[in-house]
Design a protein around this ligand. Structure first.
Ligand SMILES: Cc1cc2nc3c(=O)[nH]c(=O)nc-3n(C[C@H](O)[C@H](O)[C@H](O)COP(=O)(O)OP(=O)(O)OC[C@H]3O[C@@H](n4cnc5c(N)ncnc54)[C@H](O)[C@@H]3O)c2cc1C
Ligand code: SF4
Length: 363
């Protein structure tokens, strides 16, 4: 029995961590460069891949995203990073919708190849776009997809910042810095000062459904299966106890597996086999919560945020309750009066809602 409580070897294939990286299998790893890790969300695997591609001249730019003041509000922005400093300044997770596809189309004029970092829904749309646009297809050397279970619209940060008495118009950028257990949200102001907010408090508003992105209500694919390589967090007890935070990653093509193997041989990437089967087994409850549409459709119908859907025998009432709280908050934040009300609620109440949703999603 390992620390995650899962008997290794009996139900999961044992693979030596020295073996070649296998496409479709899940690994836990981190960037060997400590500077990359300190800027990153988990183990810095995404940024390490981008830096490696730039160093070997396989790409001349990477489409990366962050939260910044643009077009009159604090929102997700997608930019072309062409060197180490630009890649690192965009490392980390921007828990907000980002204009990746729009920015990619603007890359047509760019003289060089690009890698794209995108959320699973964006990866799916991107593949459709690339299938019908050959010049753009030629331009994209690699698609790195993130794991994702929900994002918010750009209004989220506007309201949240006001909630914490920060004038959104005075904000330059917002950066989420996450540790193993706790994290911070650093709000950089135009006057050079920073405001620091608790990540768990901010994240509670996202988990509770405030300003949820509409597409998340019907999304069932959370691991960027159509990317060349997909990267996320790994939250097992075993990896929470590790002194260095790891990313989870899956190479979807042999080409991507060869690239990461090359990084490993060059001492840029440290990794351990984890296994896709084991990952799915470990997070099977979360998987069930995120892939079954019936409770979500019921909640959407009840709260008026979406069309009614068929009820099936797979309906889990606890999931239905979790989605109802989520959809009710989403509905609330769609109107000006509702937004004002939602952001006047005491923060501990929103944290409680988020905790309840989390607990119910694990049933
Ligand atoms: C909205 C959102 C929801 C997520 N939900 C989960 C989840 O439920 N479970 C899970 O395991 N992982 C989730 N992740 C992924 C996780 O937070 C990390 O991004 C992932 O582990 C990669 O970490 P890293 O240290 O390897 O990447 P880093 O080296 O930190 O690089 C991350 C890269 O992602 C880019 N990026 C950040 N935000 C966005 C965005 N919104 N759109 C496009 N590109 C972006 C950055 O510009 C950067 O290049 C989510 C990420 C986002 C943005
Ligand atoms: S949950 Fe799905 S729809 Fe929502 S942002 Fe993530 S990938 Fe996109």
């Amino acid at each position: 029995m390992d620390m995650s409580g899962i008997p290794a070897g009996e139900r999961f294939p044992m693979v030596s961590s020295d073996a070649e990286i296998m496409p479709g299998e899940l690994y836990a790893g981190y960037a060997c460069d400590a500077e990359v890790r300190s800027a990153a969300s988990s183990g810095g695997v995404v940024s390490a891949i981008l830096l490696h591609l730039l160093a070997k001249n396989a790409i001349q730019g990477a489409l990366v995203s962050r939260i910044a003041f643009a077009d009159g509000s604090v929102r997700g922005v997608t930019e072309l990073a062409c060197d180490r400093q630009e890649v690192l300044s965009h490392a980390g997770s921007a828990y907000v919708d980002t204009p990746v596809l729009r920015r990619l189309c603007a890359c047509k004029e760019f003289n060089g190849k690009v890698a794209v970092v995108a959320l699973p829904c964006q990866v799916r749309s991107l593949r459709k776009l690339l299938a019908r646009d050959e010049p753009l297809r030629e331009k994209v050397a690699m698609v790195i997809g993130l794991f994702c279970r929900g994002a918010v619209t750009h209004r989220f940060y506007q309201d949240l910042l006001r909630r914490y008495r920060v004038d959104p118009n005075a904000v330059r950028s917002v950066k989420v810095g996450r540790g193993h257990y706790r994290g911070i949200v650093r709000v950089s102001l135009g006057d050079g000062q920073d405001r620091v907010l608790s990540f768990s408090r901010v994240n509670a508003y996202r988990i509770a459904g405030m300003h949820a992105k509409q597409l998340c209500m019907s999304c069932t694919e959370h691991l960027s299966e159509q990317a060349d390589v997909s990267v996320g967090d790994i939250f097992t007890k075993e990896y929470k106890a590790e002194p260095i935070k790891h990313s989870a990653f899956v190479c979807r093509t042999q080409q991507a597996a060869d690239l990461l193997q090359e990084m490993r041989q060059q001492g840029k990437l440290e990794l351990r086999y984890f296994g896709m089967q084991r990952y799915r087994k470990t997070f099977k409850r979360l998987e069930r919560y995120g892939s079954n549409l019936a409770p979500r459709r019921f909640a959407a119908m009840l709260t008026g945020v979406g069309p009614p859907g068929p009820m099936t025998w797979r309906f889990n009432p606890f999931h239905g309750l979790a989605w109802t709280i989520f959809c009710a908050n989403s509905r609330l934040t769609r109107s000006d009066a509702g937004r004002r009300f939602a952001y006047r609620l005491p923060a501990p109440f929103v944290s409680l809602e988020a905790l309840l949703i989390k607990a119910l999603s694990k049933t």
